[in-house]
Ligand binder design. Structure first.
Ligand code: IPE
Ligand code: IPE
Ligand code: MG
Length: 236
C-alpha cells in the first residue's frame, strides 16, 4: 500500500455534531478530542509518519470567551493526562503555532507534553494550536531575514530550504483531509500543502473514526501525483 508519509486534518464540525444532538458545542469538542486520540494511534499503525491536526486557529479567538476557555482547558487536560496512550505508543508530540495570546497554564501544558514525548520515535503528532498558515510563513520569513542579516547566503535558496524556518521541520503534506463539509482550507498549513492531495468529507470530526480515515487512505492510493511532470506516480 502506498501510505502518505504526512497526513493533515482540518478537524471541523465539532459544534454542528453537538448541535444536531441538542448538546452544547463543548460536548462536540470533548468528543472530537477522543476521536483525535484514537486516530493518532491508528494513523501510526497504518504507517503514517506525521499526523498534523488543526486544533485551534488564530482566528478562533473570535469565538465566545466561554468556548475559547473550554477549548484551552480541554487542551490542558489532553496534554497532562489523556495523552498517556499516545506517549506509550511512542508518538512524539509537537505543538505548532504562536505562543503569544496563550494562557500561562496552556503554555506550561504544551511544554510538559513536548518534553514528555521528546525521545519518542514511532511517529509525530503535530498539533496546530493558535495556528495560522500565513502567520507561520510570516514568522518563518522573519527568522530567515535575521539569518540573512547575520550573513546567510541565499543565492541558491530553494523552496525545500524554507521548511527549516517553519514551526517544526516536517515533510510536505501528502494528504489533506477536511471533515465537516466545508470546501476551504481556512488558513491551515499553506506552505506545506503545495502538492498535497485533498479529501473532503461531510462527516463531522467526532464521527471521523478509523474506517473513515481508511477511506481517505484508499482514495489517496489511487491518486496520480505528477508534481508538474507527466505520469510520474512517485513524483521524483
Ligand atoms: C472544529 O469544529 C474545532 C475548532 C475550530 C476548535 P468547530 O467548532 O468549528 O465546529 P463547527 O464547524 O462549528 O461545526
Ligand atoms: C478551521 O475551522 C479551524 C480548525 C479546525 C481548528 P473553522 O471552523 O475555524 O473554519 P471556518 O471558520 O469554517 O473557515
Ligand atoms: Mg468550524
Amino acid at each position: 500500500m502506498n501510505v502518505p508519509k504526512h497526513v493533515a486534518i482540518i478537524m471541523d464540525g465539532n459544534g454542528r455534531w453537538a448541535e444536531k444532538r441538542g448538546l452544547p458545542r463543548s460536548s462536540g469538542h470533548l468528543e472530537g478530542s477522543k476521536t483525535l486520540e484514537k486516530l493518532a494511534i491508528h494513523a501510526m499503525d497504518m504507517g503514517v509518519e506525521v499526523l498534523s491536526v488543526y486544533a485551534f486557529s488564530t482566528d478562533n479567538f473570535k469565538r465566545s470567551e466561554e468556548e475559547v476557555n473550554y477549548l484551552m482547558d480541554l487542551f490542558i487536560k489532553m496534554f497532562k493526562t489523556k495523552f498517556d496512550k499516545i506517549n506509550k505508543r511512542g508518538i512524539k508530540v509537537f505543538i505548532s503555532g504562536r505562543k503569544v495570546n496563550l494562557r500561562k497554564d496552556v503554555l506550561e501544558a504544551i511544554e510538559n507534553i513536548e518534553e514528555k514525548t521528546k525521545d519518542n520515535t514511532a511517529g509525530i503528532l503535530n498539533i496546530c494550536l493558535n495556528y495560522g498558515g500565513q502567520e507561520e510563513i510570516i514568522d518563518g520569513a522573519i527568522k530567515l531575514a535575521k539569518d540573512i542579516q547575520n550573513g546567510l547566503d541565499v543565492t541558491n535558496f530553494k523552496r525545500e530550504d524554507f521548511y527549516k524556518y517553519l514551526y517544526h521541520y516536517l515533510p510536505p503534506i501528502d494528504l489533506l483531509i477536511r471533515t465537516g463539509g466545508e470546501l476551504r482550507v481556512s488558513n491551515f498549513m499553506l506552505y506545506e500543502m503545495s502538492y498535497s492531495e485533498f479529501y473532503f468529507t461531510n462527516t463531522y470530526f467526532p464521527d471521523f473514526d478509523k474506517s473513515e480515515f481508511n477511506k481517505a487512505l484508499f482514495m489517496y492510493e489511487n491518486r496520480d501525483r505528477r508534481f508538474g511532470g507527466i505520469n510520474d506516480k512517485k513524483g521524483n
